[in-house]
Write a protein that binds this ligand. Structure first.
Ligand SMILES: C[S@@+](CC[C@H](N)C(=O)[O-])C[C@H]1O[C@@H](n2cnc3c(N)ncnc32)[C@H](O)[C@@H]1O
Length: 252
């Protein structure tokens, strides 16, 4: 019994280390390791950077808006993909540019018809899904944008396309600057910070800006910031959620 729990603990410590160390490895190596030792990215690696408040935010958000489908940009190894599918039971479209990661996630969900892995640039995937009516504009769609990784940042174009195309939608962006809570980390690419200023008023359009209510010091995991953008049709369902607080009405 003692040996078993010690082994479980050791595995979880290794898995947590593996997540940060393996980010710089070639994806084919990660794929090979993931296939031969699936426990490494198994139940010990939690979605949303191990952030429990973020997980609760998503549970409440998905329950409040009851989306028709969820779109994710940046599948990586499918941790958030799995969360979306488990939590909502709705179709999850996940776009991953990197062929090896896409194959890896595709294999992971090969028995789950609700999860569709699209091996494309996220902007291209959004356009294709729109054209094919997989994400109908008449329905509520939740978009989780997490494909920021390289210098070619798709984020502003993703947001602009979504705000112009889906009138009943919610966008959640990971690694985003929460201006009044410095405890949350965010991505910086050269001189570009993932922030409201970077997105700009034109891309955000009439969408309501919301921040996580949980202060960073009470969050768990990697404490990455996020922003929620809700279309005027959907915003009333979200403004009363305890996990969210209202941001500015416009980008200054
Ligand atoms: C931060 S990881 C995503 C993590 C994942 N959402 C999760 O929570 O487990 C970013 C991923 O985006 C992918 N990526 C980067 N640029 C992309 C683009 N333009 N289109 C689609 N995927 C992209 C990278 O290959 C990487 O796997």
């Amino acid at each position: 019994m003692f040996l078993q729990s010690a082994a479980t603990h050791l595995k979880s410590v290794i898995a947590a280390q593996y997540d940060s160390v393996s980010r710089s490895w070639h994806p084919s190596v990660a794929e090979l390791i993931g296939v031969t030792a699936p426990w490494l990215d198994g139940p010990w690696l939690e979605p949303f950077n191990g952030q429990h408040a973020r997980q609760q935010l998503f549970r409440s958000l998905l329950a409040a808006v009851e989306p028709y489908a969820i779109f994710e940009s940046g599948s990586y190894r499918g941790a958030s993909t799995r969360f979306f599918w488990h939590t909502s039971g709705k179709p999850v479209y996940t776009a991953e540019k990197n062929r090896n990661f896409a194959r890896y996630v595709g294999r992971r969900f090969r028995h789950v018809p609700e999860v569709k892995v699209i091996n494309r640039d996220s902007r291209e995937a959004l356009s294709l899904l729109h054209q094919g009516d997989h994400l109908p504009v008449s329905e509520c769609i939740v978009f989780y944008l997490d494909a920021h990784w390289n210098e070619d940042l798709p984020l502003r174009e993703e947001v602009e396309f979504i705000t112009r195309t889906w009138p009943s939608s919610v966008i959640v962006i990971d690694d985003f600057k929460v201006p009044d809570d410095e405890g949350y980390g965010f991505d910086v690419y050269g001189t570009v910070e993932l922030s409201l200023e970077y997105l700009g008023a034109e891309a955000v359009g009439p969408f309501q800006i919301l921040w996580p209510s949980c202060r960073a010091e009470r969050e768990t995991g990697y404490r990455r910031g996020c922003v929620v953008l809700a279309s005027p049709k959907v915003a009333p369902c979200l403004t009363d959620l305890p996990e969210l607080r209202r941001g500015p009405d416009a980008i200054g």
